[in-house]
Design a protein around this ligand. Structure first.
Ligand SMILES: [Zn+2]
Length: 156
């Protein structure tokens, strides 16, 4: 007897993203999962991972590459910097043992177990994102966090 009647209720209750193993653990069968995907009741993010229908587009785009938003994509999502535009490839965090997924389009992948687990399923922590972005895209860092302190002020 499983806890939830629909995949959507179940995944929403578990934070919007669940792995296949987690779905099986709460009582769904592999047959349920297969039929769910086939009939569109269960939305696959990438191999072995499923998301609720109301997952933010940025989080869905990141999970197409198998992990939470990272680096500048995480900073955009958290509202720390402005967006580079919807066409920009997502920066994604993946555990270091992972493999790059095929057919998932362009992305910047940050490989780190610690960072992948630093925030929640959707997004790495702000601290991790700032640290990643300082190395990966320093030009996009919020000014107050740039190394070297205050930005130069020009007076005319
Ligand atoms: Zn990056």
């Amino acid at each position: 007897m499983r806890e939830f009647f629909t995949f959507e209720d179940c995944i929403a209750h578990h934070g919007g993203i669940m792995s296949r193993a987690e779905l099986l653990r709460v009582g769904w069968t592999s047959h349920d999962v297969r039929i769910g995907v086939q009939y569109g009741w269960l939305h696959r993010l990438c191999r072995g991972w499923y998301g609720s229908v109301d997952l933010p587009a940025a989080v869905r785009a990141s999970w197409a590459h198998g992990g939470p938003l990272a680096c500048v994509s995480a900073l955009e999502y958290l509202g720390a910097i402005s967006s580079a535009g919807i066409e920009a490839p997502p920066h994604v965090c993946r555990p270091s043992r992972g493999h790059r997924l095929r057919y998932s389009g362009p992305a910047v992948v940050h490989w780190s177990d610690a960072d992948a687990n630093s925030g929640d399923r959707w997004c790495v922590s702000l601290e991790a994102a700032l640290r990643q972005a300082a190395l990966c895209a320093p030009e996009r860092m919020p000014e107050s966090t740039r190394p070297g302190g205050e930005p130069t002020q020009w007076s005319f």
